[in-house]
Design a protein around this ligand. Structure first.
Ligand code: SF4
Length: 464
């Protein structure tokens, strides 16, 4: 039967009637990325051209590790008293300082106290608060769950492999401040240097446990692994029959995205492992760590575009940090901007209980409020789950899945039936967000005990 021509409709074209009002420019802010030679506003980078700034080796070589080098770089930009404040902060910090020129140039040095990147990477004496009385250095008990050094086996089917202990930058809030970076005045570290024998023991353990299917390769940071090491580790893990999924974890794209544009050997090595995994029907992806939308620039867009073209899936895990992303507006902008560069927003962690960074923590209540408002602002697969990584080794729990939460005392209690059945895990909101009356109770050790016992007893009555 021959096709009949479609009838011609002689009527006028009907106008489209909008059902929603047009959006304002703020709704498209996630697409407005910093472009051009924006780093040249920093005195020391005035003459740094694009090719130099995009060179990852230049970025690593010129990273800031000392106050004197920072002062030389930013010169007169900062307000009076700031440098002394920074020196005081660095003396009390559990993490050593290393900050890439990319991040240094993103900071608004005329207003450094409120800047989200300054808050994450440069400690200030005037902003530090006393630690919560229930805080410990390895609060997640990673070392207690390690059958061999640098391998944590907590969840049944998943292990965390830490091949090295260095990163392209050091974050003030690092959960692994017990191991990452150089020793500081405050902390002598457990070192996890790249070591063939240590790595082989980790592979042997993984191969001996058929239930292990999912391996996270973190650290430290996979950006610091040489291309040859990416391939060695990738090949060794892909060869283990029970391993079905691998994730290379790196903060790199957020703090030094140019490496993806200019370190061809590293990107090619990762691509080969991803492609080999695909042929074996094993999933190999990259996990990264953006915390604020300002970290995503035109350079990031180009870098992540390169990974996307190569079919490399990238997921993001943020930490909820006071002054960085603890508002509905800041988190929504971050999530939308991640979607714009094809990065899946996967998790937002309520800040772990880490030594020396009490000023950065927020409450479980804040997390639940932000999650409620972010959900619905974009597609579900681009919407992060907000989790508490339960201190004591309970693993990640949905922030709102507590068995009991006393917003007055700041004690929340979680269970983890598939990880550690029968146990309860407590998380504590920062004291500075509690009322003066509750802060006084926390100053008394007997009251502390009573508050925790009360919350745990109520949780025990509810847990199923
Ligand atoms: S990049 Fe990750 S492992 Fe390294 S210091 Fe930052 S949070 Fe810690």
């Amino acid at each position: 039967m021959s096709a009949q021509p479609l009838p011609v409709v002689p009527s006028e074209v009907q106008p489209i009637v909008p059902k929603k009002p047009p959006v304002g420019p703020e709704a498209l802010e996630h697409k407005q990325l910093k472009r051009g030679t924006w780093w040249q506003k920093i005195p020391a980078y005035k003459a740094v051209d694009e090719a130099t700034f995009l060179d990852h080796a230049w970025q690593a070589k010129n990273s800031i590790t000392k106050v004197a080098k920072l002062v030389e770089t930013i010169q007169e930009l900062v307000p009076p008293g700031f440098v002394e404040d920074l020196e005081a902060g660095m003396k009390r910090a559990p993490m050593s300082v290393r900050v890439s020129p990319y991040l240094v140039a993103l900071i608004d040095w005329e207003h450094p106290y409120e800047d989200p990147e300054r808050i994450q990477f440069f400690p200030l004496g005037s902003r530090l608060l006393s630690d919560h009385p229930k805080l410990g250095l390895d609060s997640l008990h990673e070392q207690a769950d390690a059958p061999t050094p640098g391998l944590t086996h907590r969840y049944t089917d998943k292990a965390l492999f830490l091949p090295l202990d260095t990163c392209p930058v050091y974050c003030r809030f690092c959960t692994r401040s017990y191991a990452i970076g150089l020793d500081t005045d405050e902390v002598e570290k457990v070192h996890l240097r790249p070591n063939d024998d240590r790595w082989k023991r980790a592979y042997q353990y993984i191969a001996s446990r058929p239930e292990l299917e999912d391996i996270v390769i973190s650290g430290g940071d996979a950006y610091q692994l040489r291309a040859q090491h990416i391939e060695e580790i990738g090949e060794a893990l892909l060869a283990i029959p029970n391993v079905r999924r691998m994730r290379f974890a790196t903060k790199g794209p957020a703090v030094m995205p140019m490496k993806i544009l200019t370190d061809d050997a590293w990107v090619d090595a990762l691509t080969r492992i991803v492609e080999k995994g695909r042929k074996l029907h094993k999933d190999v992806v990259l996990h990264t760590h953006f915390n604020n939308a300002a970290e995503i620039t035109g350079i990031t867009e180009a870098a992540l575009g390169r990974l996307f073209e190569r079919g490399i899936m990238v997921r993001n895990q943020s930490v909820l940090i006071r002054g960085v992303n603890d508002s509905v507006e800041a988190m929504t902008l971050l999530v939308k901007r991640l979607g714009h560069i094809n990065v899946h927003a996967y998790y937002v962690y309520v800040h772990d209980m880490v030594q020396g960074v009490e000023d950065l923590r927020t409450s479980v209540d804040t997390a639940i409020h932000i999650e409620k408002n972010v959900r619905g602002s974009t597609a579900g697969f681009n919407t992060p789950t907000f989790v508490v990584d339960a201190p004591g080794g309970g693993g990640k729990r949905d922030a709102h899945s507590y068995e009991y939460y006393d917003r007055d005392t700041g004690v929340s209690v979680y269970s983890a039936p598939s990880v550690k059945p029968g146990q309860l895990f407590t998380y504590f909101d920062p004291l500075h967000q509690l009322s003066v009356h509750q802060q006084r109770r926390w100053a008394d050790p007997r009251e502390q005990q009573a508050m925790v016992e009360d919350a745990v007893a109520k949780a025990r009555g509810r847990a199923r």
